[in-house]
Design a protein around this ligand. Sequence first.
Ligand SMILES: *[C@@H]1O[C@H](CO)[C@@H](O)[C@H](O)[C@H]1NC(C)=O
Ligand SMILES: *[C@@H]1O[C@H](CO)[C@@H](O)[C@H](O)[C@H]1NC(C)=O
Ligand SMILES: *[C@@H]1O[C@H](CO)[C@@H](O)[C@H](O)[C@H]1NC(C)=O
Length: 244
Amino acid sequence: MESLNFFKGYAKVKPSEDPKSLPNQQKTIPQKRCKIIAITLTVLLTLIIGAIVGAVIHESVTEPPESEELASNSAESLKTVCAVTRYPDSCFSSISSLNKPLTANPLNFFNLSLQATVQELSNLTSLPNELISKSNDKPAELALKDCVGLFHDAVSQLNRSFELMKVGPGEKVLTDMKISDIQTWISAAMTDQDTCLEGIGEMGSTVPNEFKVKVQKSQESMSNSLAILNNIQSLFEKFGLTMP
Ligand SMILES: *[C@@H]1O[C@H](CO)[C@@H](O)[C@H](O)[C@H]1NC(C)=O
Ligand SMILES: *[C@@H]1O[C@H](CO)[C@@H](O)[C@H](O)[C@H]1NC(C)=O
Ligand SMILES: *[C@@H]1O[C@H](CO)[C@@H](O)[C@H](O)[C@H]1NC(C)=O
């Protein structure tokens, strides 16, 4: 009933069917029926064409071209990869600021993320010694010295991850075993950062907040690398690629 009213309302737009010309209404009913049928057919046809066009557009936008789009647009593909992380903005900025070619391949992005993580961490290793030289608080100096050792451990754990990805001819870059080992190394490096932060936290304000923020940042970077690795299989699928 409602749809019929809708079509009647539609028909009213025509001046010949102005409600004021009521006496004419009777005569025009068959003509009006024809019009209603014509409009109904037009609407149906529009819906069908719309559905077909919609299906075609839908297919061309979401199916194969998604991976094509990802392959051709490096910023878009980096965004897609970083979307699986907990800190997508820092993931995006640290990988882009490496200024390395962004090959639309999840393994390449994982590699770059790990490189950024190691660089940030390497940058951090000299900072505790700088702070120690300016400090005159023994317990804080000890906590900072612990951090130096922990950072060193973390860098070598991340280095081992790179070693694991090196392959000879015919070897797989990522096996389940390798993924699991790299997950273990990155998690261990994150624990090192935790331990450093705990030691520093006990020192209250004797260690500048800036240092804590930098340690947290490097931990976030590790978390991003780990998230990319944890999602590597589904990322390969999204990019329309198979795991190497
Ligand atoms: C990771 O990047 C390094 C440095 O660019 C490169 O030597 C290495 O082959 C890359 N590893 C993988 C698995 O892509
Ligand atoms: C490392 O430190 C240098 C100098 O402070 C800076 O220019 C660079 O951006 C830093 N790199 C990373 C990855 O934080
Ligand atoms: C990690 O690897 C880099 C580059 O390969 C190397 O310079 C550095 O000495 C290594 N660090 C540790 C702690 O293994």
